[in-house]
Design a protein around this ligand. Structure first.
Ligand code: MN
Length: 311
């Protein structure tokens, strides 16, 4: 007799509410849309987040009324974003993710990757998981193994182009939205006529903002697109995408290191200010737009360091 959690859209929740109209109870927990208790003793609570809890007697049977079989029901699992199919983890999915948005040095890399359901197990065995749990050596090992198995598209927004777009007033969010959409479009082309069961984007803005960013773009992909934060944990296609994007980013920064003549640090901390100052002192300030994201606060910090060193 387990508790069952379903994730439903608001209109579906309103349907449920009218279905249980005779069983509604007045005392509702905070954040809930309705609470009801069936004659059989099942307690149903629907939340604005989209979660619907079925507790107590006949919880599973009650939940099944709402169009899911018990194998696809989530039982006390971590929360998923509203509207995701409950069995999304086992479907054939295009996942997409980006790397480098918080790094002062280096580009933004975005990868969309298609993982069909038959390959999920193989990728797990190859060690594909959240790239944040893997070091760069491991990431490069895994990336080399999966890049020929997983149809994908890699887009790299080089620093010079990034800085031009940024200076023209484009937000990083908009750049990312355009890159994700384009990468997904490329993958859809690569796997055609096969269609994925869905597309899952590691969420960086609300979906409404995402589509706002894409206004005026051709080839806007909207059908079957889902957004979730921490999407690497929801479908392995996003984890694969994040590994491939991280691999491309690391390789690019290696090239920057070669060009600089010293190891370029990642991130946006103090070592990064030091490295930028070193670069300015050896190659001049004009080289910066090829290496960094100019609008980061690190630029000013580096210039101050240079002044102090020269002064
Ligand atoms: Mn991400």
């Amino acid at each position: 007799m387990g508790n069952v959690v379903l994730v439903k859209k608001l209109n579906e929740i309103m349907d449920m509410k009218s279905y249980y109209s005779r069983n509604l109870i007045e005392k509702m927990p905070p954040g809930s849309v309705f609470a009801a208790k069936t004659l059989g003793g099942c307690m149903i609570t629907a939340y604005k987040s989209g979660k619907v809890l079925f507790q107590g007697n006949e919880g599973e049977q009650e939940a099944q009324r709402w169009g899911v079989s018990s194998s696809t029901m989530t039982k006390n699992e971590p929360k998923k974003a509203t509207g995701l199919p409950n069995n999304i983890g086992s479907l054939s999915i295009i996942g997409s993710d980006e790397v480098g948005t918080g790094d002062y040095f280096g580009p933004i890399t975005v990868v969309a990757a298609y993982v069909k359901r038959e390959d999920i197990q193989l990728l797990k065995e190859l060690g594909v998981r959240d790239s944040k749990d893997l070091n760069d050596v491991k990431i490069s090992e895994i990336a080399k193994q999966i890049k020929n198995i997983v149809p994908h598209s890699l887009l790299t927004l080089h620093n010079e182009k990034y800085n031009k777009l940024q200076a023209s007033g484009m937000s990083q969010g908009k750049m990312k939205a355009i890159l994700h959409n384009q990468a997904i479009y490329h993958v859809l082309g690569k796997i055609s006529p096969v269609q994925p069961d869905g597309i899952l984007i590691d969420q960086f803005v609300q979906s409404s903002t995402y589509y706002q960013h894409l206004k005026g773009q051709k080839n806007m992909i909207k059908d079957n697109v889902f957004f979730s934060t921490k999407a690497e944990g929801i479908h392995i296609a996003v984890a694969a995408a994040s590994i491939l994007a991280r691999y491309a980013f690391v390789q690019y920064v290696d090239k920057l290191s070669e060009a600089a003549g010293f190891t370029i640090p990642k991130g946006a901390g103090k070592q990064v200010d030091e490295a930028a100052a070193k670069l300015i002192l050896s190659k001049g300030q004009d080289i910066l737009p090829k290496f960094v994201k100019l609008h980061f606060a690190n630029t000013e910090k580096a210039l101050n360091l240079v002044k102090r060193k020269k002064g």
